[in-house]
Design a protein around this ligand. Sequence first.
Ligand code: GAP
Length: 506
Amino acid sequence: MANNEDIFKKVIAHAKEYGFVFQSSEIYDGLSAVYDYGQYGVELKNNIKDYWWKAMVQLHENIVGVDTAIFMHPTVWKASGHVDAFSDPMIDNKDSKKRYRADVLVEDYLAKLEGKINKEVNKAAKRFGDSFDEQQYITTNPRVLGYKEKTEEIKKRLYGAMDAEDLKGIKTLIEDLEIACPVSGSRNWTDVRQFNLMFATQIGSLSEGASEIYLRPETAQGIFVNFLNVMKSGRMKVPFGIAQIGKAFRNEIVARQFIFRMREFEQMEMQFFVRPGEELKWFEYWKEERMKWHLSMGIPAENYRFHDHDKLAHYANAATDIEFNFPIGFKELEGIHSRTDFDLNAHQEYSGKKLQYFDPEQDKSYVPYVVETSIGLDRTFLAVLSYSFTEEKLEDGSERVVMKLPPVLAPIKAAILPLVRKDGMPEKAREIMDKLKVDYMCQYDEKDAIGRRYRRQDAIGTPYCITVDHQTLEDNTVTIRERDSMKQERIKIEEIAQIIAKRLKA
Ligand code: GAP
């Protein structure tokens, strides 16, 4: 059986071969952690956006959308805390010139210790056979106990140094553990420095004194700075939300997990403004609502889990992640945070503008509290793609790769296929195509044997194949083939649109 790493590699190769995702600037050897979406990828991505927008904006009468600029006034990022605190501790190896996240180097070391423990346990399990008691072994074996003690000691030092922002302490830990650069093998390290993740650029002409601005690292701040504009122009009443989908940019250093961690990516965020004191009730509401949204796509619940944060950011009073079972393990897909009045207060202070709401029921003004839902579009794409990727052995011994995408997200909803390229079948198929394509993304295909055409549609996740055959010309019926079961039914041409519409809703 293929392991998860193999599956991940296959998903990446499939995404490229079938026009979902390409490496950016590939003909120039690519740009690291930057990706382009191809002809089917863009459709899938747009469908995910629509599915989110519909659930969040169209179905919630008290949520409206915005589309704010990527460039913002530089003070926005001072107020939000990103200038001072949006950074990772980095260390460079002087020989290989490679840069690493210092904490990740130590965590990799910890993972190796964990591997050693597992090796000891597996060895003992083989030696003792059925009588092996794993729990007893790991609590008594001196070698295992030694590894465990070392693990705990390293964790204490690492997290203690991180909390205290003790960069020297992190470097000393790396030296004490004799961690070497994976590329050069040397232990010739620079000091640890904080490295801000924001990309900076210049606005205005250099000759007239351009000023430095940032590419936004999250879309949320575009919502906060427009809080007053939207509230006033939309006559919004608390509780209400503002949603946005857009690009965000982070100079990620550890970026080697395909579209899981990118330098340019898209977020789908919503800030929900509530009465102070009611935020934890709304936090629970959004936790449940967002999980329901994920499950509504039809991916089984065991692939999702909540991960409540024990350690909260200074501005949050509750936070959870929705994690997804990616081929690289359970990892964060979405964050739901109760951000208190931190952001609006900070912008109020830095801008000098009052960012308050007058509550007619309470007859007073206040800075609303905020509950945020923030999901990565590209990560959702990866979740859907990797879950849907299926290799099947069929009864006749042949194999097929099928993308079992939720039909509502599939790039192409129906393929229209004349059985052969003669006897009036292409013309009839074109007629059907021309009608159907007004409402659905469809594909007409007459090249190769019908079996190969079905496989091509399976590989891009098309839920329905409509085949025009000899009988069609006699009685105006076609066959409709369902992707997952491969079952075929005969239906009337005039029923096609209705049947597809019904099944896409199911
Ligand atoms: N406004 C809150 C915020 O930005 P975050 O946890 O930093 O919170 C939210 O990001 C979501 O954005 C994550 O759950 C993830 O899905 C996505 N995301 C963050 N960094 C990413 C990256 N480098 N590449 C792809 N997606 C990313």
